[in-house]
Design a protein around this ligand. Structure first.
Ligand code: CA
Length: 240
């Protein structure tokens, strides 16, 4: 049994691996993809920071020794930014001295894995960190206000009544439920719901948002999806 609710086209936890050694990066990519993760690779710190902004991974694995900016410097940079202050980060390092360990934690990393390690060990550590920091990714039921989504049965209810959603609307709502109040740009929604490699026009997002609104408001309930002019969409937290 896979402990994460991952099935087909559903949202999968997205992990960014910043590692300059191609062979190592590919081994990790293979293992994480096999375990149901969506994997992004970056070869240095600059690319890594760019990928974080562009693709909003759920967790970052940072190699300590990188060309240019070190993994530690990347970690500090991410911790210094409002948007990534609490982004889960795991640092990989060949150094195991106690001082390095302390520096690793001072940098704000959530965990620290010393090379050599087995890919399955790293996958387990990633899951443990996600379980602490992003329980929504591994929980079976998401909810906000009177809306509930059961990931194992794919059932969505509002105020106890079933809501029927198409697969795209389901994924949109799942993303919103994972981060209520957060404003997602249409580009971010495209990226997370349709995927990076698929070409879809931005206005397609509006079409599906409209369908999602309609389905959630079927029984005359208030509209909970907020349109933020020039920015995107957000699910408003509801008073219960
Ligand atoms: Ca390296």
């Amino acid at each position: 049994m896979n402990p994460m609710p991952i099935a087909g086209s559903e949202l999968r936890p997205r992990v960014l691996i910043v590692e300059d050694e191609d062979a190592q990066a590919e081994v990790l990519r293979y293992n994480f993809e096999r375990e149901g993760f969506d994997v992004l690779l970056a070869g240095d710190g600059d690319d890594g920071l760019f990928a974080v902004e562009e693709h909003q991974p759920d967790l970052v694995i940072l190699d300590w020794m990188l060309p240019g900016m070190s993994g530690l410097a990347v970690c500090r940079r991410l911790r210094g930014r409002e948007a990534t202050r609490s982004l889960p980060i795991i640092i990989l390092t060949a150094r195991s001295e106690e001082t390095d360990r302390i520096h690793g934690f001072e940098s704000g990393a959530d965990d620290y894995v010393v090379k050599p390690f087995s890919p399955s060990e790293l996958v387990a550590r990633v899951r443990a960190v996600l379980r602490r920091s992003r329980p929504a990714l591994i929980e079976e039921v998401l909810s906000c206000g009177d809306i509930t989504m059961d990931l194992s049965t794919h059932r969505v209810t509002r105020g106890g009544r079933s809501v029927h959603l198409g697969p795209t609307e389901f994924r949109l709502l799942r993303l919103f439920l994972e981060k209520p109040q957060r404003v997602f740009s249409r580009e971010q929604l495209l990226d997370r719901v349709w995927g990076r490699d698929i070409h879809v026009e931005l206005r397609t997002v509006d079409v599906h948002i409209r369908r999602l609104r309609k389905a959630l408001g079927e029984h005359g309930d208030e509209d909970v999806i907020r349109t933020v002019r020039g920015a995107g969409y957000a699910l408003d937290g509801m008073k219960v």
